[in-house]
Every structure is written in structure tokens, then in C-alpha cells.
Design a protein around this ligand. Structure first.
Ligand code: ADP
Ligand code: MG
Length: 682
């Protein structure tokens, strides 16, 4: 048997099951044995019946003391089977529904193991639909049982059996992937053992060792891949060398405002990259409102004056349009021609733009995903900027980059990322940080409130609107689907329109609407024709409406802190005092602390660190953002300690052997190359 053999060769897998397994992305043996459990049930040690607790799932061991009773219920049209067992502490009533084959299964006086959920009633302990084994024959009990992430058509028993069969076939073929010296140095168990123990751990301590080993490898592969890519870029001499004779300061000295120290520092780093013969690959991180756009405008100036074109890609047309305005404002006096290309640009206009782009009459093109299309051809693309990088995949970045010949690349994001995570999310990029806001920014007052404050909040909103301001209301995050989310937005809008805010102009916005509709609503809000905009997180990115000064977030406890911070960044953009009101439910310590962080600080970096610390099961980046590598077993948030260890290991390995050419690292090189194949994007 080989790793790459089709899963159909495993015992118990017929054509029907092949299809079901394929749905789970299991095609060959390797997929199968690396289909890891999501959880485990400890069916290894029986509990005394008297010590069981309501609602817990557990194992008991008891002697059958009654015949099975069959009870028909006509009302619910089912048959209930009841059996009484007893141990030395108490008795327990086992209950099954409609399982007639059980009738002759149990012998009075024999001992069995049962595993199931306990239901405590006064004076009676019940166990609902247990699985069982007769003593001495362990099939369903007596061990730790893996629970797999499944679709409804495959049962846990089936997949468990299939994986067991697959492992039996393949076990001896599992080759070690990590070098011996790493296993030793980091105290890791061998791959073969890890895979066996992750599926069928004999003890929970074995499971931890197995998980640790597999997560280590996963993180190490990713980290080494990114860092060695960076080494590779660094050694490439094929980038564009922009001329030293074009000075960024010519623009800088003519701006309507003074750049912050942080902006100047970042520009210096960019300038140095641009003038070097290597291609720039830089991430520009800066909190909401820190002024990243102007940095990209100045870099664009340099690229154009050196004879190249520049492209800027933004995730929404609202944002792209806004950028065009800013670019033109600053650059038109230097005789630089900027254009906008959107999905809905009229055909004729579009053709004209594409033609001019191709022959070099347009210097700067700003657009959305529409820039990725094949017919977008540049004359001489020298600089690519993507704004709000977390909204794009790595692949989209590389598509636009490939339209030039090793152009310099700047990716911008407002998602503040703690260093450890940045190293694994963007390890192939150099990082610049704007860690300072322009002066005179007013702090946004943030209040976390509960339901009881609702009326006061509504009155406050009315008062502000009466004074001419506008408000955003963001609806609860719904993870299941965009449709449910859209529905909840419309329901809330209906309620507000017809009741609480009926004297005001209320509109809504959600991800299921057509781009054109979204743009129209957004434009209308910008023009001041809407008082209250109810929305999903689609308004999170980059939008600038200085007159809007209130941000209300419903069910704020459902959002990650970083995301709340992004949303809050939509206000506080004008001359008016701005407010963020977080409506939340729940009284857990974690929720309270998270709300407190939001009230106490406006600093995105502090918030992102705290988020990581207090995350609970919350989301760091929100759910709908791209660019986060997927891991089978490692978890970027829970494995921070391991990640740090892996990072120091990676750096050490590459310092000793930058291109992984030494014999002892040949396995590492192999797994990284394999990973590279599966990540076409890079
Ligand atoms: P972000 O980093 O969130 O993309 P923007 O680039 O949109 O932020 O900048 C936010 C606002 O701050 C813009 O209106 C911009 O013109 C202004 N701005 C940028 N830098 C400065 C500065 N140094 N001083 C004053 N205002 C600035
Ligand atoms: Mg921006």
C-alpha cells in the first residue's frame, strides 16, 4: 500500500462510502489517516452510578437485574425500551427508543458496560440511548473514543472503523518527516506513533504528546516556508531599481498637513526598498485612521516619476472611489493621471481605460477585484498596493503582481496583529508599522451597555441626529450564513423604521445586496440623505463619512475585539465628538473584561494583544476574512506558546542552513516543497 492509494482500497469502503468520504476531502490513504478527531469521549473508566451527574456523558458498569420492558406510546408513535441495571452503589434505568433488536440482547445477571448521557430525576438515574458491551468484549467502550467532524450520512462508528482499517494497512509505511535532531531537541514523539495516538489514544497524556508533535510539524512547515521564501526574495536581484533622483520630499513638503513621525519613518523604509535592486515585499500595518493612504500616494508619486505605472487594489468600490479622490487631490498638480476601474464601469469607458493603461497614458489605476481580470494589461507596472489586505487572498495579491515584471509590492492592513502572529501570517513580508495617529484626533467615547439602557441610548441617538449627525447600527454577527445575517438586518431595520426611529430616515445594508445597491445606499449616506444606516460588518472596511459620529453595535459580545475596533474606526473621522455604544448580553467574566478593554483603550495594538489573551472562543479576525492559513490540527490562537517555540526553532534552523541544503535537513526541505505545491498562491 502507498500513501497515495485511493481510499477505496480500505476494507469497509464501498463505492457509496467513497463518495461520502470524498465529500470530507478524503481521497487517498494519507487524507484518511490525517483526518483528525475533533474531540474524544473517555469511555475507559466506569463511574459509580451514585456518582454520576445530570447531563454528563459517562461510562457505567452494571449487572442486569430486570427483563427489558417494551412500552408503546401511541401519542408519539414510538416504542420505548427500558432496562434496569445496578452496581454496588445504585441502580440506573437505561432507555432506548425504537430499537426493537435490543429485545433479546441482554441476559439477566450478566455484567455490561454502558456509555451514554445521564438524566437525573428525583429518586431515579436514567441513561439515554447508551452504547454497550458485555464485560470482557470491548468494542464500543473500555477506551478513549475519537469523535470525528462529520456530515450526517456517515456515522461515528463507521468512520472510526474505516480509519482503524486504514491505519492497519498503512501504519508500517509511515515515514518520519522531521529530522532526528529536531525530535530530540524539542522532545517530540515519532510521526508514526503520533498518528496512531491521535486517533486511538490509550491515555489522554498520549493524546497530548501526539497533538503536540503534529501541531509542531504543521506550524514549523508553514513558518519555515514563509521565512525561506523571504530569504529567497532577499537574494533576488531582479527587482526594479527606482531612481534616487526622484525625491519623495517634493510631495511631502507640499501636503496640506504635516506627516507624523511614524509616517515619515515608514516612508523612509519604503523609499529604501524602492531604490534597492531587489523587489519590495512589504506589509504596512497601521491602526484605523493612522494615515496609510497618504503613504501609498507618496510611494506612487515616486514610482510614476521614475517612469512606471502604479496599481492600487481595494476590496470595495466605495473605498476605491474614495481613494481616487485622495490620489487626484494630491497628485494632479504633478501632472500624474489617475483612473478608476470598477466592476460596473460602463463598457465603453472601460475599453478606453484599458487601452490607455496598455499604452501607458494612465499612470495610476485604482480599482477593485476588477483589476485582476485578464484584459487588464499594463505598459510598465512598477508598484502594486493592496489596501485592507485581510480582505484579499494571497493568490489575488500575486495575480495583480504578475501583471508587472517583479514590481514592488506594498500591502496595507488596519488589522493590528501581534508580532507572533504576524510572523506566521505574513512571514514572507517585511513589516512596517505606523504606530501613531495624526495629532488632534479626538478619543471616541465608548460605552458598553445592557438592555436596560436601551431607551436612553435611543434618545441619545435621536438627540444627535436632531443636531445634524448620522449613526451606524451594526447587527449581530451571524456565523451560520449570510442569509440569516441579511434577514436579521432587515428585521431590525423594519422595527426601527416603523417604530423607534420612525421620524428618521433609516436604511440598511448587507452582504447579500448587489454591489450597485450597496454603493447607492453608501453614497446616499455619505451625502447626508440617510440618518441611520443599519448594516452588517460590510461597512467595516475603510469607509469615511466624517459627519457620522455614532456607532452602535448590537450583541457586541459576539465580535472579536479587533473587529469591534475596526467598526469603531468608522466614526471619529470628522470635527464632531464621536461615540461608540456596545450593546451586549451575558455576564461572564470574560465578556465583562472584553467590554472593559474596549471602553478603556483606542489603541489597536493593545486591543489585539488583549484579544489574544482574553479571546475565550472568540474570533480574532472575524470569520469572513481571508488570508489566514488553514491548519489541520494546530490552532493559531490556542497554540501561541508552541508557535513561539516553533518560531525560535525556525530561525535557528535557517541561521544554520539558510537554504536547507544540509543532509540533516533534507526531510524538512521535502515537506516544505510539498507544502509549496499545495499552496499555489505563493
Ligand atoms: P487609514 O490608515 O485608516 O487608511 P486614512 O489614510 O484613510 O487612514 O487617513 C485618515 C484621515 O487622516 C484622512 O482623512 C487623511 O487625509 C488624514 N491624515 C493622514 N495623515 C495625516 C496627518 N499626518 N495629519 C493629519 N491628517 C492626516
Ligand atoms: Mg485605509
Amino acid at each position: 500500500m502507498e500513501l497515495t492509494d485511493d481510499v477505496k482500497f480500505v476494507k469497509g469502503v464501498g463505492p457509496n462510502r467513497v463518495k461520502l468520504l470524498n465529500k470530507l476531502n478524503i481521497f487517498n490513504l494519507e487524507d484518511l489517516i490525517t483526518y483528525y478527531p475533533r474531540d474524544y469521549e473517555d469511555r475507559s473508566k466506569p463511574k459509580k452510578i451514585s456518582e454520576t451527574e445530570n447531563n454528563e456523558e459517562c461510562l457505567i458498569k452494571g449487572i442486569v437485574t430486570s427483563r427489558i420492558r417494551e412500552i408503546r406510546t401511541y401519542r408519539r408513535n414510538m416504542t420505548i425500551y427500558k432496562l434496569i441495571v445496578r452496581d454496588e452503589t445504585d441502580s440506573c434505568e437505561l432507555i432506548w427508543y425504537n430499537q426493537s433488536y435490543l429485545k433479546n440482547m441482554f441476559k439477566m445477571g450478566e455484567t455490561y458496560f454502558f456509555y451514554g448521557r445521564i438524566n437525573k430525576k428525583i429518586g431515579i438515574t436514567e441513561m439515554i440511548s447508551p452504547v454497550y458491551d458485555i464485560e470482557g468484549k470491548n468494542k464500543n467502550t473500555g477506551k478513549i473514543i475519537p469523535i470525528y467532524p462529520l456530515t450526517y450520512q456517515l456515522s461515528q462508528n463507521t468512520i472510526r472503523q474505516i480509519i482503524e482499517n486504514g491505519l492497519k494497512l498503512y501504519k508500517d509505511k509511515i515515514e518520519e518527516t522531521l529530522p532526528e535532531y529536531i525530535l530530540r531537541e524539542y522532545n517530540l514523539i515519532e510521526l508514526k506513533e503520533a498518528i496512531e495516538q491521535i486517533h486511538f489514544p490509550k491515555e489522554f497524556s498520549n493524546f497530548s504528546k501526539a497533538r503536540n508533535r503534529l501541531a509542531f510539524e504543521e506550524l514549523l512547515t508553514m513558518q519555515l516556508l514563509l521565512l525561506s521564501l523571504k530569504n529567497k526574495y532577499k537574494n533576488l536581484e531582479e527587482g526594479i531599481q527606482f531612481s534616487k533622483s526622484v525625491n519623495m520630499s517634493d510631495v511631502i513638503n507640499n501636503l496640506p498637513f504635516k506627516l507624523t513621525k511614524a509616517q515619515l519613518k515608514v516612508l523612509e523604509e519604503i523609499d529604501k526598498d524602492m531604490e534597492s535592486s531587489k523587489a519590495m515585499n512589504r506589509l504596512l500595518q497601521g491602526d484605523v485612521g493612522s494615515g496609510k493612504t497618504i503613504v501609498s500616494i507618496i510611494a506612487a508619486y515616486k514610482a510614476v516619476k521614475c517612469g512606471y505605472q502604479m496599481a492600487m487594489m481595494a476590496p470595495t468600490s466605495i473605498l476605491a472611489t474614495q481613494h481616487l479622490k485622495n490620489f487626484t487631490n494630491i497628485l494632479s498638480k504633478y501632472n500624474i493621471k489617475c483612473e478608476l476601474l470598477l466592476g460596473n464601469t460602463p463598457k465603453k469607458k472601460k475599453e478606453e481605460i484599458l487601452e490607455k493603461l496598455k499604452n501607458g497614458e494612465i499612470d495610476i489605476i485604482i480599482g477593485t477585484h476588477s483589476l485582476l481580470e485578464e484584459n487588464v494589461i499594463f505598459n510598465n507596472l512598477g508598484l502594486v498596493v493592496t489596501d485592507e489586505q485581510h480582505r484579499f487572498g494571497v493568490r489575488q495579491r500575486s495575480t495583480i503582481v504578475s501583471k508587472g515584471k517583479n514590481p514592488d509590492v506594498l500591502v496595507m492592513t488596519a488589522t493590528p496583529i501581534p508580532r507572533t502572529l504576524a510572523l506566521i501570517l505574513y512571514g514572507d513580508l517585511d513589516i512596517s508599522i505606523i504606530d501613531e495617529l495624526p495629532p488632534n484626533r479626538k478619543k471616541i467615547d465608548t460605552y458598553a451597555v445592557k438592555k436596560t439602557m436601551e431607551e436612553r441610548v435611543n434618545n441619545f441617538v435621536k438627540k444627535q441626529i436632531n443636531e445634524g449627525r448620522q449613526a451606524y447600527i451594526v447587527c449581530p454577527l451571524v456565523e451560520e450564513s449570510e442569509e440569516i445575517e441579511a434577514k436579521s438586518v432587515m428585521e431590525l431595520a423594519e422595527k426601527y423604521k416603523t417604530d423607534i426611529f420612525k421620524e428618521y430616515r433609516v436604511e440598511y445594508l448587507h452582504g447579500k445586496m448587489k454591489p450597485k445597491e450597496k454603493d447607492e445606499i453608501m453614497q446616499s449616506f455619505k451625502d447626508g440623505n440617510i440618518d441611520i444606516l443599519i448594516s452588517t460588518t460590510v461597512i467595516e472596511v475603510g469607509v469615511d463619512v466624517p459627519n457620522a459620529n455614532i456607532m452602535i453595535i448590537e450583541n457586541a459580545e459576539r465580535f472579536g475585539l479587533a473587529q469591534l475596533h475596526q467598526l469603531r474606526g468608522r466614526v471619529g473621522r470628522g470635527e464632531y465628538k464621536s461615540y461608540c455604544i456596545l450593546k451586549y448580553q451575558g455576564s461572564s467574566e470574560i465578556i465583562r473584561k472584553r467590554m472593559q478593554v474596549m471602553q478603556n483603550t483606542n489603541d489597536g495594538f493593545i486591543i489585539s494583544e488583549k484579544d489574544l489573551e482574553l479571546r475565550g472562543s472568540g474570533e480574532f479576525f472575524g470569520t469572513k476574512q481571508h488570508g489566514i492559513p488553514e491548519f489541520k490540527i494546530a490552532n493559531l490562537f490556542e497554540d501561541i506558546k508552541l508557535l513561539k517555540l516553533v518560531q525560535s526553532a525556525s530561525i535557528k534552523i535557517l541561521e544554520d542552513d539558510p537554504l536547507l541544503e544540509k543532509d540533516k535537513n533534507k526531510n524538512l526541505k521535502r515537506i516544505i516543497e510539498k507544502k509549496l505545491e499545495t499552496r499555489i498562491e505563493i
